[in-house]
Design a protein around this ligand. Sequence first.
Ligand code: AMP
Length: 303
Amino acid sequence: MRVLAIGECMAELAPAEVPGNYRLGFAGDTFNTAWYLARLRPDMAVSFQTAIGTDAISRQLREAVAGCGIGTDHIRTVPDRTVGLYLITLTNGERSFSYWRDHSAARLLADDAAALAHAMEEADLVYFSGITLAILAPAARKTLLDALRTARAAGKRIAFDPNLRPRLWSDMGEMTETIMQGAAVCDIALPSFEDEARWFDDADPEATADRYAAAGAETVVVKNGSDPVHCRQGDAQGTYPVPPLSSVIDTTAAGDSFNAAILAGIADDSPMEASIARACRLAGQVVQGRGALVPVDPARVDG
Ligand code: AMP
């Protein structure tokens, strides 16, 4: 199975051991999922679609993506832009994030409709998120949603994490409306209950699952931190406990890694219960490490 993840990968500056020094890395929600998928399933063809500039940091990003075993053939280059950047500040052990991404090249990732369609033609499963939609101008958003709809009609499977990020939207009504447009083009929805409850007033994870199912998703997996995962597939519903952890260090990319294990399970046609158990074990390792990309042990994910 060939997987295409679409979205923004940013340069990350994280505090290094020496105070005042920072370590450069690369991360971003759909890229993180691609990264975990490539670690879980090195045999799988995982590629990443975004846009970068032509400067040194953009070349470094492309090399970093390729170095993780992720395909870069569908990365666009835009000469007068560069990659987005975020910086992590640690205050008494708490991480906070500052972003410089308003004019990132990734905002133009859907500007070439033909290239986008071609990238999807070469995939069996296409993955995107609410952040992917948030960073695009309205016309580019429509181009992406149209391409996803066409790909789905051609038999591709589409997976979507709504990843609601109000700071990326100027209007909350536009955010919720666009998220439901994303929901309407996907087969597999991977929402997080806390965000959904806040912005859609869902009473419980079942309500979240019902809303995405009503929009057209065949499979909905609702994450809920340390609380049970709720899954709806067609008319079947189930609730699966999350194994407790002795410590949680940093929940960055918990949901992104969880999604990777679900996508790996879809590729393998695994029963959903087994995929959710693997997803919880993977996300459990990720929250016990620091940063978005934690060097997890795939053997421990299989249990
Ligand atoms: P979230 O996106 O925060 O709902 O979390 C995604 C997944 O990460 C959850 O479904 C859990 O598998 C895992 N996870 C997140 N927080 C915790 C936690 N405090 N304890 C155990 N697992 C967690």
